[in-house]
Design a protein around this ligand. Structure first.
Ligand code: FMN
Length: 378
């Protein structure tokens, strides 16, 4: 592996006169606790996606920080080292650091034991999931359910902060409430305020409620309110970040410290270098050409095979291929071919069919993400 790691700590100044970014906006380097992250547009936690290959590619394309897919405390506590099949969940490598391990669970004591496992596995930040809206998860009093029980949520934060060494930041991911009631809003602020008092180093806020799941837009205005309430704390935003411009715009409009790109970077690691270009005053780069896309498609397969073995890679890469196809000018024709992938030969055959010319690519249509979000899980 020869990753190109981009580290920056400079202040990014976007161009004046860009229609999507008001003149004079400055992106300050992101810091989480004692950790200097730098460029504040990072890769979100994405269950079923943000594994080591995806994080490596995000890193190589300019994301300075990323979050692993969520893991259950119960799973971590019972994970035996001989069960190689599941070890990939914990896999992280020095080239991609800093990476956060994210944890979900119901019971404070077990939660903190899970956090200990993530620390031992080498994650640089421990992130607590109080946002997942899946029915099964809520039914088991996990994820977004904690937004309805602030005392338990705070106990989870307290125990996690206690067990995680003080130099490792502890952060939380929240939706803006369970629903739109005043009680939900009060609970949200009780958890966040109490959490910061207990030593939380940052919070990532998704501007939808748990019951809203993915229906309707993410309420960015709520992020503005939260940042006003906690001006000295590190707040990251999430929700409807499908283009490089929208990432910069969320920071500018809300005053938050950084953003986590989620659906917008699946099969689209280029969004990070596009955001870097805009933030340093350069024009938006053109979409990657088909040859550039091919290089990433080949690398993604190879990283995946390195982690999981060739036999499992075909099934795992299908969903990524479908997402990558959105950057192809004939994506409606390319997409079905990725759904049939089983072997390395199948993958290379799709690349030979669709990615042999060096034609221009396209920016993924925003509508693709919006529709698919309705069936996702966190
Ligand atoms: C497929 C999928 C998996 C997700 N998995 C997680 C997860 O493991 N942990 C988490 O905190 N959020 C998870 N999320 C939520 C995202 O991180 C993000 O907050 C949400 O998608 C809103 O951002 P977007 O509208 O830009 O996609 C997931 C979202 C999707 C679509």
């Amino acid at each position: 592996l020869e990753p190109t790691i981009i580290r920056t700590t400079e202040v990014h100044t976007p161009p004046t006169g860009l229609s999507t970014m008001p003149a004079g906006c400055q992106l300050k380097p992101l810091r989480i606790g004692a950790l200097e992250i730098g460029f504040p547009i990072v890769q979100a936690a994405l269950s079923g996606y943000s594994d080591w290959p995806m994080r490596m590619l995000a890193r190589e394309h300019g994301a300075s920080y990323s979050l692993c897919e969520v893991m259950l405390d119960q799973f971590l506590v019972t994970l035996k080292s001989e069960r190689l099949k599941n070890q990939h969940f914990l896999y992280n490598s020095p080239e991609e650091q800093p990476v956060a391990g994210q944890l979900m669970g119901a019971e404070p004591e077990q939660f903190s034991q899970g956090a200990k496992k993530l620390v031992e596995a080498g994650f640089a930040v421990i992130d607590i999931n109080f946002g997942c809206p899946v029915k099964k998860v809520l039914g088991r009093c996990r994820g977004g359910f904690h937004l309805s029980q602030p005392d338990v949520a705070l106990e989870i934060i307290r125990r996690t902060r206690d067990i995680v060494p003080s130099h490792i930041p502890v952060t939380v991911k929240m939706r803006r409430g369970l629903d739109d009631t005043q009680q939900s809003r009060d609970n949200f602020f009780k958890i966040l305020d109490g959490g910061f008092r207990l030593g939380l180093d940052a919070a990532t806020l998704h501007g939808r409620t748990v019951v809203q799941r993915y229906n309707g837009p993410s309420r960015w205005q709520f992020l503005t309110e939260v940042k006003r309430e906690f001006p000295d704390k590190t707040i990251l935003g999430s929700g409807d970040l499908f283009t490089a411009e929208s990432c910069l715009r969320m920071i500018e409009e809300t005053g938050i410290d950084g953003v986590t790109v989620a659906r917008g970077c699946i099969g689209n690691p280029w969004i990070f270098e596009q955001a870097r270009a805009l933030s340093s005053g350069r024009p938006l780069p053109p979409p990657p050409t088909l040859q550039e896309q091919r290089r990433v498609l080949e690398r993604h397969w190879n990283l995946c095979a390195q982690l999981y073995g060739e036999a499992r890679t075909g099934t795992l890469m299908r969903k990524f291929g479908i997402k990558y196809s959105a950057s192809h000018p004939r994506h409606l024709d390319v997409r079905p071919d990725f759904t049939r992938i089983r072997t390395r030969e199948d993958w290379w055959s799709v690349l030979d069919t669709w990615y042999s010319d060096d034609a221009a690519g396209v920016y993924p249509p925003v509508a693709i993400h919006e529709v698919e979000g309705t069936s996702c899980n966190c």
